[in-house]
Design a protein around this ligand. Structure first.
Ligand code: ADP
Ligand code: MG
Length: 146
C-alpha cells in the first residue's frame, strides 16, 4: 500500500467526521477497502461516510447479508462485509464482480474484510486501515492500491 495520509481519532464521532469529510470529496466509481480488527471502527467509518454522501439510510453491519445498499445520497453506497467468506471465488460466485469494474460502477463501494476475499478487488482502489490504539483512540491510514 502506498500511504497517502494518516490521522488519529479519539472517539467514534471523530472517526465518523473523518469519513464524512472524505465522502464529500468523492463521487461514483470509487472503491474503498476497509481493513482492521473486529471493533476497530470500520462500520462506524461507513456510518460517517454514508452521512457524508447525503443519505439518511440506517447503516448496519452486513455480516449476514454481505451487502447493504444505501440510497438517497449523491450516489448509491454499496457496503460489503466479507467476514463470513473465505475466498475471492466465493464472492465471484455470488455475482459481486460487477461492483469492482470502475467503468460500470454507478456508486461507491465500501468493503470490510478485504483480507477474506484476497484478489477480488483488482481495480485501483483506496485502502483504509483502522488500527486500535489505547482506549477510544484509533489510527486511520489512507493509502492507494493500484
Ligand atoms: P468494526 O466494523 O471494525 O468491527 P465497529 O465500527 O462495528 O467496528 O465498532 C467499533 C466500536 O469501537 C464501536 O463500539 C465504537 O463505539 C468503538 N469506538 C471507540 N473509539 C472509536 C473510534 N475512535 N473510532 C471508531 N470507533 C470507536
Ligand atoms: Mg464491521
Amino acid at each position: 500500500m502506498e500511504k497517502i495520509f494518516s490521522v488519529i481519532t479519539n472517539s467514534e464521532e471523530e472517526t465518523m467526521a473523518v469519513a464524512e469529510k472524505l465522502a464529500s470529496t468523492v463521487g461514483k466509481g470509487v472503491v474503498f477497502t476497509l481493513k482492521g480488527d473486529l471493533g476497530a471502527g470500520k462500520t462506524r467509518f461507513v456510518k460517517g461516510f454514508v452521512k457524508g454522501v447525503g443519505s439518511s439510510d440506517l447503516v448496519t453491519s452486513p455480516t449476514f447479508t454481505l451487502l447493504n445498499v444505501y440510497e438517497g445520497g449523491k450516489c448509491p453506497i454499496y457496503h460489503f462485509d466479507m467476514y463470513r467468506l473465505s475466498s475471492a471465488q466465493e464472492a465471484e460466485e455470488l455475482g459481486f464482480n460487477e461492483y469492482f469494474d470502475l467503468k460500470s460502477l454507478d456508486g461507491i463501494v465500501l468493503l470490510e474484510w478485504p483480507e477474506q476475499v484476497e484478489g477480488l478487488v483488482k481495480c485501483p482502489h483506496i485502502e483504509i486501515e483502522l488500527q486500535k490504539l489505547d482506549g477510544d483512540r484509533r489510527k486511520i491510514i489512507v493509502g492507494a492500491e493500484k
